[in-house]
Ligand binder design. Structure first.
Ligand code: BGC
Ligand code: BGC
Length: 716
């Protein structure tokens, strides 16, 4: 439809119809089972007419149901405007991929794009039009359960991944490509900085910090074309994001030039009242519409009060019109006026969803996202060795992660199933093994098996409910029963490998004596195959952490791109009056960028092609990397920079680039990075982004800790 026709359509709408466009209701309201909708309907005090006209819908699934809902909807809508079906497709639809934090650990932009593309295809043929993804909230606190939905602690890596997700979801031509869905970047802004890691808690940071570390991820998703933005639950400088005019009107709309749809998070408009920033629903509606929130998800402040506010002159009708036009434009961009069912197709659904091809991709991506944290000459296993696979996560199919509403555990591959596919020499028990309170019979069986085997895999971790939304924890160790089990098994067989399925960096005290530790995250449907391939060396681990693992929760937040202090510990480690703890180090147990492989790469010193860089030039850093082993494998070569003197205190290092390099056994490759002036810029005290002349360090290595360094000057 042409743009002018949309304006014409808007002109035909009554004020009530316009206000209804701004309401998003859950799928239950459109169910053909009366009992599913009557409860919520009366809770929200909705009329049938409002339901008929509410502009968008959350959580319908399945091609058949999607087609029925859309048909009914259009039939009941005076102007035959279609609805948009939205849902949270976060790391896969039915074929579940590793959680986003795991994808972050792959450092693989193609993998992220492919994951998003397959998720979009499965969702689109099942009738969905929009996914509430990617979540690009920068995270530094593993107590926060939603770190599993983020790609980690680094603005640069998050930004590259955000672009890859949006590309994968939306493709090149959303209007005509019905195997794609529109992306909604969230949660604007800084939701990941909740104080104390407690979900929904206050965020407190300077505008400068917001701009420097937190906004780049969202900006990257927008630059890649994301069609929607979701508000966050938190406050930003004291004002709830959903009521924050500065954040949405000045920064998002004016500065970033975003002209797509802004949707509130679930219930967030009404929550302005609970925050204590609005007296009642009427004021909440006024604040949100003035801030530029177009769609109100699941509460009815707009529905109940916007008309009154407009009639009283408190809200200009243009604000309503502008919001409606943006929603109509999204419907049009999705091609819904011409093709209201878009990709929804039962035959395609049966063919595409959870296809073998998608499973294969899920397995490959899961392999890439697992991180080998420790390995003292025990992995990979040889096929001749007898390996006992023990523990709560050995048989478990609770490996999908919290955001997998269409994923089915029974379709997932357990570690034991995966191991059977690669080795005939495995032992495993029959007793069900609880994550928190295993029976004595299960423990005894485990000890017996451990005694019999050459080597032991102890499969530990979290259950899916332990991370994700509303799943913050103050203690991020493994459950006590698992730590006790580790001790018991280690006493009978020291050849012990721990594998972990979980959604956040953990405090690994209590299991760090293991000979090897594999962080497998929540790996998704094909998790067991992927993990077994890695354990038996069918896959040489390549994952690198995108979020630091603390030594203990007491250090949190501990992240690599921290600023230096006036009394840096490193300058005088034996001094009392330096920045440190009395009882624990300042450092992460496993830092950002860290991960082992079966090959061993040796990094040479760096050479720079010049010692001075000016704004128009580029400086080339090069080094040789040699594979000193019999395994072929992939290195993720990381470039960090440090600005030694800044107007604003600079981080001790910042990731500015990375490359994946494949090395055959014994092979040496040269790797080069170009450094240009734009990579030296940062947000100054006046909120402007620019660079300072002075001395910089270029650092290259296999993780944020083990780096080769060379110095150069930037001159104006
Ligand atoms: C979450 C969002 C999600 C929305 C809709 C909220 O509780 O914070 O991330 O998109 O629900 O399901
Ligand atoms: C402390 C100050 C103290 C000063 C002189 C510093 O290390 O931080 O509080 O006044 O020493 O003793």
């Amino acid at each position: 439809m042409e743009k002018t026709k949309l304006t014409h359509l808007l002109e035909q709408m009554t004020i009530d119809e316009k206000i209804d466009q701004l309401l998003q209701l859950a799928a239950a309201f459109y169910s053909d089972k009366a009992e599913e909708k009557t409860g919520p309907m009366s809770d929200l005090g909705l009329t049938q007419e409002t339901i008929n006209n509410a502009g968008t819908t959350l959580g319908v699934s399945g091609a058949k149901e999607a087609i029925r809902v859309q048909q009914e909807y259009i039939k009941n809508n005076r102007l035959q405007i279609p609805t948009i079906l939205m849902a949270d497709i976060i790391h896969g639809f039915r074929t579940i991929f590793p959680i986003p934090l795991a994808l972050g650990s792959s450092w693989d932009l193609n993998a992220a794009e492919q994951m998003a593309e397959i998720s979009a295809r499965e969702a689109a043929v099942s009738g969905l039009h929009v996914t509430f993804s990617p979540m690009v909230d920068l995270v530094r606190d593993p107590r926060w359960g939603r770190v599993m939905e983020s790609t980690g602690e680094d603005p640069y890596l998050n930004s590259r991944l955000a672009e890859a997700f949006v590309k994968g979801y939306q493709g090149e031509d959303l209007t005509n490509d019905f195997e794609r869905v529109a992306a909604c970047v969230k949660h604007f802004a800084a939701y990941g900085a909740a104080i104390g890691g407690r979900d929904y808690n206050t965020v407190n940071m300077s505008e400068r910090q917001l701009r420097e570390s937190y906004l780049p991820g969202y900006q990257a998703a927008l630059a890649a074309g994301a069609k929607l933005v979701m508000t966050s639950f938190n406050t930003v400088d004291g004002i709830p994001a959903t009521a924050n005019r500065w954040l949405f009107r000045d920064v998002l709309r004016k500065e970033f030039g975003f002209d797509g749809v802004v949707i509130s998070d679930w219930g967030a408009v009404k929550e302005i009242i609970a925050h204590g920033a609005a007296e009642d629903e009427k004021q909440a509606a006024e604040l949100a519409i003035k801030a530029g929130v177009d769609i109100e998800m699941m509460t009815t402040c707009y529905n109940d009060y916007l008309k009154e506010l407009i009639e009283e002159g408190a809200v200009a009708e243009e604000l309503l019109d502008e919001a409606v036009l943006r929603i109509l434009t999204l419907k049009n961009d999705l091609g819904l006026f011409e093709n209201p069912h878009r990709g929804a197709d039962e035959a395609a659904e049966a063919r595409v969803v959870l296809s073998q091809e998608h499973r294969t991709a899920a397995r490959e991506i899961a392999q890439k996202s697992m991180v080998l944290l420790k390995n003292e000459n025990i992995l990979p296993f040889k096929s001749t060795e007898t390996v006992a696979i023990i523990g709560p996560a050995a048989h478990s199919k609770d490996i999908l992660g919290a955001w997998s509403w269409q994923g089915k555990q029974e379709e997932a591959v357990s570690l034991i199933e995966g191991s059977k596919a690669v080795s005939e020499n495995i032992l495993y028990g029959k007793e069900p093994f609880d994550y928190f309170a295993p029976t004595e019979a299960a423990i005894n069986e485990a000890v017996t098996l451990a005694k019999q085997a050459d080597k032991v895999v102890l499969a530990l971790g979290e259950q899916d409910w332990m991370s994700g939304e509303a799943a913050s924890r103050s203690d991020i160790r493994l459950p006590e029963a698992q730590l006790a089990l580790f001790k018991q098994l280690q006493a009978v067989n020291e050849q012990l490998v721990v594998t972990l399925y979980n959604g956040r960096p953990l405090d690994l005290q209590g299991i760090d004596e293991a000979k090897a530790i594999v962080e497998a995250w929540f790996p998704g449907t094909e998790g067991g195959h992927a993990l077994a391939n890695l354990l038996w060396g069918q896959y040489n681990p390549s994952g690198r952490l995108s979020m630091s693992f603390p030594e203990t929760v007491g250090q949190v937040p501990v992240y690599y791109n921290t600023e230096t202090t006036g009394r840096p510990y490193e300058s005088a480690p034996d001094e009392k009056y330096v920045s440190k703890y009395l009882d624990v180090s300042n450092y992460a147990k496993y830092p950002f960028g860290f991960g082992l492989s079966y090959h061993e790469a040796q990094y040479s010193e760096l050479s720079l092609d010049k010692s001075q860089l000016s704004a128009e030039e580029k400086l080339t850093v090069s080094l040789q990397i040699k594979n000193n082993s019999d395994f072929a494998g992939e290195e993720t070569v990381q470039l960090y920079l440090r600005d030694l003197v800044g107007e604003v205190v600079r981080p001790i290092k910042e990731l500015k680039g990375f490359q994946k390099v494949w090395l055959e056994p014994g092979e040496t490759k040269e790797v080069t990075f170009s450094i240009t002036e734009d990579m030296l810029r940062y947000v100054h005290s006046n909120q402007e982004t620019s660079s300072d002349a002075g001395t910089f360090q270029a650092m290259v290595g296999s993780n944020s800790r083990d780096l080769q360094m060379a110095t150069f000057k930037f001159v104006r």
